[in-house]
Design a protein around this ligand. Sequence first.
Ligand SMILES: CC(C)(COP(=O)(O)OP(=O)(O)OC[C@H]1O[C@@H](n2cnc3c(N)ncnc32)[C@H](O)[C@@H]1OP(=O)(O)O)[C@@H](O)C(=O)NCCC(=O)NCCS
Length: 184
Amino acid sequence: MDFVIRTERLLLRPPSMENANELFFLMSDSDLTRFLTWEPHKSIKTTKTLIQNLIEAQQDDKGYHWCVCFNNKIIGLVSLIDVKRKIRTWTLNRAELSYWIGIHFQGKGYATEACKKIIDFGFSSLDFHKIVVAHAVENTESKNICTKLFFSKYAYEHDAFQKNDKWHDLIWYELIKEHRNESQ
Ligand SMILES: CC(C)(COP(=O)(O)OP(=O)(O)OC[C@H]1O[C@@H](n2cnc3c(N)ncnc32)[C@H](O)[C@@H]1OP(=O)(O)O)[C@@H](O)C(=O)NCCC(=O)NCCS
């Protein structure tokens, strides 16, 4: 399967070890990670371990990741993570959308542009039936993306995670393949 995807302004491609320096530069920025599950990278070794994990996740159908490239330069990462195909006799075929864009490249519509194509790819090439996404209540930028991508809100989760000594609520959204087609 060809995982390289083009949008109007961006090239989306799976990460490789050669991207360690560029990703480390972006992922060591402490302004980026306020609502993310990880801390800023302090050493390139952390970034290399991450890249190895991302590559293995893709091989095992556990998660799919794309570097977001603008003018041949990596500016962020968009992923379909937490892939669930089956629970016993139930077929799920679902994944969770996640995304970040480097601080200096935000506010230009790149996350929305990349996510649109990744969602299309998830439904058409990776056989997902449902894609979910969640954002911390305070994360207005992420909320706006969920709205622009036609996700429907389905749950409010209290105290979903603790970060920096504070508990945060999450709002969950879903998008089902057929509904996506209707909203186009
Ligand atoms: C959330 C995040 C990914 C948003 O990235 P982004 O690229 O700035 O988001 P967008 O694609 O929506 O662009 C934002 C703004 O750019 C503006 N913009 C500028 N030029 C544009 C263009 N050519 N096309 C579209 N929008 C454009 C839009 O007005 C948009 O504002 P709006 O949200 O009021 O509509 C980014 O803030 C981030 O990485 N945050 C930290 C990590 C994080 O919180 N991730 C989400 C975890 S749930």
